[in-house]
Design a protein around this ligand. Structure first.
Ligand code: GSH
Length: 205
């Protein structure tokens, strides 16, 4: 059976878990922090990051974009990445935007955890500017459409929902629901899907 090394707060791992669930692919979830000394993540991924999907033959797939690509292609159930080139690249662009917001958030959070004397507040401000601009771009592109791309639910919505959920966890001051009601509406709709509800990051983590 497939095994996913995951951490409950990682938006990248959440994206992979949601795609596995939506595609109805069975897998074993293994909770593993990449930050502890004896982490199993290091042996599976030389970059020591989650998520990692281990296949039946022992191959370790990383990062989350490779994992979702693989999972979407192995099962015909509910395609999440369109096949047509323009549509596919539009969905992957949404994913790059959402993942980029999460990357900036991770960097800002790690910097914020440093001792005050070592902390570079300009760096945090720089990362927050990327997050603010990224979310504004999401809202602008979503307009008043029901889904991020095309006529239905895709990886674009999943990646966007995971990024917004991670902002709630780590940067709630952004207040994106009030600023961008179209994103709030999308997030509310996504939150009703079992795959989203079951993978919501633990509050206060
Ligand atoms: N681009 C990677 C990012 C993964 C990532 O940054 N994961 C974080 C958790 S949210 C991690 O494992 N960090 C450990 C580290 O940087 O050492 C992906 O999409 O999978």
């Amino acid at each position: 059976m497939l095994t996913l090394l995951s951490s409950a707060t990682s938006p990248f791992a959440r994206k992979a878990r949601i795609v596995l669930a939506e595609k109805k692919v069975e897998f074993q979830l293994v909770e593993a922090s990449p930050w502890v000394a004896d982490t199993p993540v290091a042996a599976a991924n030389p970059l020591c990051k989650v998520p990692v999907l281990t296949l039946d033959d022992g191959t370790h797939l990383f990062d989350s974009r490779v994992i979702v690509d693989y999972v979407d292609s192995v099962s015909p159930v509910a395609r999440l990445i369109p096949e047509a080139a323009r549509q596919r690249v539009a969905v992957r662009r949404w994913e790059a935007l959402a993942d980029g917001i999460c990357d900036a958030l991770v960097l800002a959070v790690l910097e914020g955890r440093r001792k005050a004397a070592q902390r570079n507040t300009d760096w945090i401000t720089r990362q927050r500017a990327k997050i603010d601009a990224g979310v504004a771009e999401m809202a602008r592109e979503l307009e008043d459409k029901p889904w991020c791309n095309g006529e239905g639910y895709t990886l674009a919505d999943i990646a966007t929902g995971c990024a917004l959920g991670y902002i709630d966890l780590r940067y709630s001051e952004l207040d994106w629901r009030d600023r961008y009601p179209n994103l709030a509406k999308l997030a509310e709709k996504l939150g009703k899907r079992p795959a989203f509800a079951e993978t919501a990051p633990p509050a206060g983590a």
